[in-house]
Design a protein around this ligand. Structure first.
Ligand SMILES: Cc1cc2nc3c(=O)[nH]c(=O)nc-3n(C[C@H](O)[C@H](O)[C@H](O)COP(=O)(O)OP(=O)(O)OC[C@H]3O[C@@H](n4cnc5c(N)ncnc54)[C@H](O)[C@@H]3O)c2cc1C
Length: 403
């Protein structure tokens, strides 16, 4: 790679957002697309995720992002000759309290008005649909039969193949270190280049991702991006006959931030601790994991006494309102830096990642996207303390309050 050559688009970060965005941009007409990855492709949150993909968003925009991404996952073989391993399992978002039920039923109304084929299952029906669920521990929930899960490492492989086949240039072990900009006499500011650990790349377009490191990437670009990182844990039980089935719905115990799905004849379950402080995940929080294991055993009695064969803790990204970020980098004075697009899926990179990446590529190349209305999703929705003017997406893990 000749680092001094002019490039159509530079993408910072080789996670699922940067990976798919680079592919969409290259196949959407950009001539030369370079991805900067400080480590190896997929080394961030994207290879460590649980793979849950739902269209049951808490706002019309997030419903659309989930639907678009599922449609993309379903079309990958036809488009790319490879795929992210999406399998349709169905997803039940449980109600435990009467308040959960009232809120869930309102949510279903909103989702149906967005064209989503979602229904409310009474407790008895929910237990029939998901036969491993304890019958008396819940009040039913919302259900979408076409939600499912991808295989996150396979997704990294899929976007790496797509990038390579489409001619995206990947610079691994090459860090983004800063933005070069130029101001015009009319007060506008435009990106002119990207500084990297391997030298300067001249470009007029940059997509900035970073997952849980996006705040630090923003600082390198001279911008405040209020994205946090926090520990998130996933465990997989040993196999059990109750889970030796090709299909069983995934379930989200929303209030507890606990979800589960089939995995290699056992059950994979993931959790976020509402009392977790922001920061890098460096170890497993066993007491919290065991607490969630006990809750899981109440809701799915077949897991009672099962041993774990895999447990991991990794850093998940989150935004203050749990919504994605799509918009330009802002200078300290709040002026958009033309040619830049920040893209973040706010901890939902498996379910919204392809759609957010596609919208970011559209914004970078065309300055607009028809995938969703992004007018409110930029960095200008946050005040100087990172508080958003938008209502929080109600369907999210319990992330820390500050970033
Ligand atoms: C344990 C866990 C479970 C999860 N489960 C789910 C799930 O079930 N469903 C779901 O939708 N989401 C899930 N997520 C969230 C999802 O994984 C993330 O939202 C998604 O991976 C973010 O993708 P990304 O590309 O923005 O970030 P990342 O995958 O983190 O990629 C960012 C990349 O930027 C690189 N980078 C950082 N700084 C620089 C720099 N200065 N220069 C160059 N490169 C840089 C990093 O090395 C990294 O590779 C989970 C996350 C975790 C941790």
């Amino acid at each position: 790679m000749n680092a001094s050559a002019v490039t159509d688009l530079v993408v910072v970060g080789g996670g699922t957002l940067g990976g798919w965005a680079s592919y969409f941009a290259k196949t959407g007409g950009a001539e030369r697309v370079v991805v900067l990855e400080r480590g190896l492709l997929g080394q961030g949150a994207s290879s460590r995720a649980a793979g849950i993909v739902r269209s049951q968003g808490g706002t019309p925009a997030t419903v659309a992002l989930g639907q678009w991404s599922i449609d993309f996952y379903n079309r990958q073989q036809e488009l790319l000759g490879t795929d992210s391993g999406f399998s349709e399992l169905g997803y039940l978002l449980l109600a435990i309290t009467p308040e959960d039920e009232a809120e869930g039923r309102r949510r279903v109304e909103m989702q149906r008005s967005c064209g989503l084929d979602v229904e409310w299952l009474l407790a008895e029906t929910a237990t029939e649909v998901c036969s491993t669920l304890a019958p008396r521990e819940h009040r039913g929930g919302s259900y979408v039969v076409t939600d499912g899960a991808i295989n996150p490492p396979r997704n990294v492989l899929a976007y790496a193949i797509a990038m390579s086949r489409s001619g995206v240039e990947v610079l691994e072990r090459t860090a983004f270190t800063g933005l070069r900009t130029a101001a015009s006499s009319d007060g506008s500011v435009r990106v002119t280049g990207v500084e990297t650990s391997a030298g300067l790349i001249e470009t007029e377009r940059v997509i900035i991702t970073g997952g849980p490191s996006l705040q630090a990437v923003g600082r390198l670009a001279g911008a405040r991006i209020p994205v946090g990182g926090a520990r998130h844990q996933v465990a997989v039980t040993e196999p059990h006959v109750a889970f030796q089935t090709g299909r069983q719905p995934m379930v989200f115990d929303l209030g507890a931030g606990l979800y589960w799905r089939l995995e290699e004849d056992g059950l994979l379950f993931g959790m976020s601790n509402p009392d977790e402080s922001p920061g890098q995940a460096t170890e497993i929080d066993w007491p919290y994991l065991e607490k969630m294991q006990r809750r899981l055993a109440r809701l799915v009695p077949a897991t009672n006494g099962l041993k774990l064969r895999k447990v991991w803790a990794a850093t998940i990204d989150y935004t203050p309102d749990h919504l994605p970020i799509l918009g330009p980098v802002l200078t300290a004075a709040g002026t958009p830096i033309e040619g830049t697009t920040v893209a973040c899926a706010g901890g939902h990179g498996m379910m919204w990642g392809p759609a957010v990446a596609r919208a970011a590529a559209d914004l970078a190349l065309e300055g607009k996207t028809d995938l969703i209305d992004v007018t409110e999703l930029g960095l200008d929705r946050f005040d100087e303390r990172g508080r958003s003017k938008l209502a929080t997406d109600p369907i999210a893990l319990p992330f820390p309050v500050s970033t």
